[in-house]
Design a protein around this ligand. Structure first.
Ligand code: NAD
Length: 318
């Protein structure tokens, strides 16, 4: 298949590009590079399925029509992903995550391409029971980021219902791995590992009892490709996570053995925090036969080794 990947130079985008190429597909990677980095795709250079990278913006409707013409499928990952940025500047998140998604869908409608919209577990309301969060769990737009993702989901599914376009919505839980940003509001695993390797204190927002279901990047990419390419996912919303959650306190202790180097600071957006995030991936397993494979300890080890190698080679870590 010929697959357009938006947000291809970002963290998860680059793993999805790698997975699609490994499966023998042809990939058109596009990204505005507002947060991504073209060097994230360096290791795929020269592979036969990789079309030349295009720098461009999904807010540009004409560009979206051009990119989607002649493709069989679209993995739509490009987005503003920061909860705090969406609170400070909701317009940018709205433009990228809602208007951009609309442009991608319009392009796909013209070409008949199937579309996977990358949503997030951050759309869910607080969980009050110990069971994992299934797709039927109520949603709650606790930030403009979550609201924009919910709007993108609704648009994506409307193209299935109104036009019969094969579209799918996925809600991966917090994803981590090599190539994730480790500064600003990057991923917690990346940030903690970077600080630990630099010998700096790990700062935990709030009391650290909030939990996360941490999905390793290759598991997430496998899930995205399975959902994108399977008719069983068409017209549906599917979660992906490991089914086990870890508190931020326990995560910090796994990364940094010296408790004196772990400090608690005031939360920057407590109103948009979700206390317990544990995924029920039963639907993805039933529909796609997908399960996560990489354990948290193994995944953390891989991130640390990757980061340490980059630091030793003096490659800048973002
Ligand atoms: N990281 C996670 O834990 C996680 C979990 C669930 C869902 N997601 C979703 O997965 C997707 C990828 O997230 P990520 O963690 O890789 O973040 P990322 O910031 O690394 O990737 C997003 C990419 O989109 C690009 N982009 C942003 N606006 C654009 C625009 N207008 N036009 C073209 N490109 C644009 C950025 O340059 C960046 O490369 C996002 O849709 C995010 O909401 C992420």
């Amino acid at each position: 298949m010929r697959v357009l990947v938006t947000g291809a130079a970002g963290f998860i985008g680059r793993w999805v590009v790698g997975e699609l190429l490994a499966r023998g597909h042809t990939v058109l990677p596009i990204d505005s590079l507002v947060a991504g980095d073209e060097t994230n795709l360096d290791e795929f250079a020269g592979l036969p399925g990789l079309l030349p990278f295009e720098a461009g913006d999904i807010r540009d409707a004409d560009a979206c029509r051009r990119w989607t013409s002649g493709v069989d499928a679209v993995a739509h990952l490009a987005a503003s992903i920061s909860v705090q940025d969406s609170i400070d500047d909701p317009a940018t998140t709205f433009e990228n995550d809602v208007v951009g998604t609309f442009n991608v869908l319009e392009g796909a409608r013209a070409s008949g391409a199937r579309v996977l919209f990358m949503s997030t577990c951050m759309v869910y309301d607080r969980a009050t029971t110990p069971e994992g969060i299934a797709e039927t769990h109520p949603t709650r737009p606790a930030s403009p980021y979550a609201a924009s993702k919910l709007a993108g989901e609704a648009l994506t599914l409307s193209y299935f219902h109104a036009y019969g376009l094969p579209t799918t919505v996925v809600r991966p839980f917090n994803t981590y791995g090599p190539f994730q940003r480790s500064v600003g509001e990057g991923g917690v695993v990346a940030i903690f590992n970077r600080l630990s390797l630099l010998g700096e204190p790990l700062r935990i927002y709030g009391d650290g009892t909030q939990t996360r279901d941490l999905l390793y990047a290759s598991d997430c990419a496998r899930f995205v490709c399975d959902a994108l390419l399977s008719d069983a996912a068409t017209g549906r919303i599917l979660n992906a996570g490991t089914g086990a959650d870890v508190s931020v306190n326990d995560l910090a202790a796994l990364v940094e053995p010296d408790p004196a180097r772990i400090v608690h600071v005031e939360h920057i957006h407590p109103q948009s925090e979700i206390a317990v995030l544990r995924c029920d991936s039963g639907e993805a397993e039933r529909a796609l036969g997908w399960r996560s494979e990489v354990s948290l300890e193994d995944g953390i080890g891989r991130v640390r080794a990757w980061m340490a190698e980059r630091m030793a080679a003096e490659i800048p870590i973002r």
